[in-house]
Design a protein around this ligand. Structure first.
Ligand code: ITT
Length: 196
């Protein structure tokens, strides 16, 4: 049985969600806070999968432990898929990301968007697996809610009327891109395909 895994992330919002989503399996979740000297991984891939794989592989190699990495972001149809893999670099903090997105969406009638999450699991022996989850929805005209992180205040999932920042983490974790990817990733963990 796999006993320990390192989350290759410094994003506190992601860490909270991933820890909660993994809480029902027998695994101790470490993070990069436990490895302050870990080298920064340059996210220069053109797909979420590429970046997730790169993060998981480098952190597995560095920590000599099983690693899990999440690369995620928001694709907006009217923006040709932007910000996409650039979602984190779109602006310097969550508030500025949301403000900038609303500004570029000002006169757009098509508000369709989706959140995407690629989760990669790697062991130090370079054995890797990557899975993806998506959730479709729309971009609102104004931010609402204080929960979650990133673009949550301006994203309403299909079938919902509240933004991701207005619903609880438990509720978001039932339908989110990250939750969907994690369901697949858990199978990888549980089947012990990547036992260290
Ligand atoms: P790590 O690489 O350290 O994991 P990061 O924040 O740089 O952290 P990404 O490169 O994967 O992570 O960028 C993801 C960005 O996409 C994130 O900063 C948010 O702005 C946005 N995002 C991803 N998932 C989200 C979610 O569930 N809710 C809101 N925004 C999200």
């Amino acid at each position: 049985m796999i006993k320990e895994i390192v989350l290759a992330s410094t994003n506190q919002g992601k860490l909270k969600e991933l820890r909660k989503l993994l809480s029902d399996i027998e695994i101790k979740v470490l993070s990069l806070n436990d490895f302050p000297e870990a080298p920064e991984v340059i996210e220069d891939g053109i797909t979420f999968e590429e970046n997730a794989l790169k993060k998981a592989m480098q952190i597995a190699k560095y920590t000599k432990k099983l690693a899990i990495a999440d690369d995620s972001g928001l694709e907006v149809l009217a923006l040709g898929g932007a910000p996409g893999v650039e979602s984190s670099r779109f602006a310097k903090n969550d508030k500025e990301r949301v403000d900038k997105l609303l500004k570029v969406m000002e006169n757009k009638r098509n508000r369709e968007a989706k959140f995407i999450c690629a989760i990669a699991i790697a062991n130090p022996g370079n054995e890797v697996k990557v899975v993806r989850g998506e959730v479709e929805g729309v971009i609102t005209e104004a931010p609402k809610g204080n929960c979650g992180f990133g673009y949550d205040p301006v994203f309403v999932a299909e079938g919902y009327t509240k933004t991701f920042a207005e619903i609880s983490m438990e509720e978001k974790n039932k339908i989110s891109h990250r939750a969907k990817a994690l369901i697949k990733a858990k199978k990888v963990l549980e089947e012990k395909l990547l036992e260290v």
